[in-house]
Design a protein around this ligand. Structure first.
Ligand code: TYD
Length: 225
């Protein structure tokens, strides 16, 4: 990634968070954003699918399961359609303005959910990544890993507590979630420089501390408010 952008402002940094259902990603991405903001950094907290207005429309369509009958390749194409808009409208402009862009899921989720767990060929993602993402992969990807039985209990507890409906992917069976977990671990092994795995089966505070250590080390940050 280029250190400087056209406008002479130092380019920001792009970090994604990944993992299966119930891993605690969304909490951790928010805590990191708050930590960076407290140190005075400009941050953008965003998510996929979604982020931009068009991306959020596609998100509803996908998570309500309206594309399921068209198959996992069609779902992949829509996830990447949302990603293209998200990159163009939100992620790249914010990086050019020097922000830390923290994204709750990005392209690795397509490879894990539609690829490893749903059977779409890896070549599809190689092609879509080339067309849509190109040089704009995150500099760092934090994968929060959790055994599937623990993750499923967390999801069930959250649904009961918040009265939420089960969405398109939460409703898949245990084997799907096992393939998903293995998919993320394979992605981490194949992209060892970019990806770091953090054990999600520990307290929220401990995970947050490990996330912060990773980010501070990777980007040479000092923790002085
Ligand atoms: P979300 O409610 O954000 O789930 P979570 O809290 O687990 O992140 O819903 C996003 C869902 O979309 C989630 O089940 C993962 C799935 N997904 C894909 O299948 N492919 C993708 O490329 C992305 C970005 C998400």
């Amino acid at each position: 990634m280029m250190p400087f952008s056209k406008n002479g402002i130092d380019r920001g940094h792009f970090i994604s968070f990944e993992g299966g259902e119930g891993a605690g990603k969304s909490t951790q991405v928010r805590l990191l954003s708050e930590h960076l903001a407290a140190l005075g950094y400009k941050t953008l907290l965003t998510r996929e699918p979604g982020g931009s207005p068009l991306g959020e429309k596609i998100r509803r369509f996908l998570l309500e399961g309206k594309v399921k009958d068209y198959g996992a390749v069609a779902e992949s194409l829509l996830f990447y359609t949302a990603r293209l808009d998200h990159l163009e409208k939100l992620i790249l402009p914010n990086l050019e303005q020097g922000a830390w862009v923290l994204c709750d899921r990005f392209a690795d989720s397509s490879r894990a959910y539609q690829g490893a767990a749903s059977g779409v060929d890896e070549g599809v993602f190689d092609a879509l990544d080339r067309i849509v993402v190109g040089e704009n992969q995150p500099e760092l990807t934090i994968i929060i890993d959790l055994p599937v039985d623990i993750a499923m209990k967390r999801v069930a507890a959250r649904q009961q507590q918040d009265g939420l409906e089960v969405d398109r992917f939460e409703s898949e069976d245990m084997q799907f979630h096992e393939r998903l977990r293995a998919g993320f671990l394979k992605i981490a092994a194949a992209n060892a420089k970019r990806c770091i795995i953090i054990d999600g089966n520990q307290s929220r505070e401990k995970v947050a501390e490990l996330v912060w250590q990773t980010v501070a080390e990777r980007f040479g940050l000092e923790d002085v408010v």
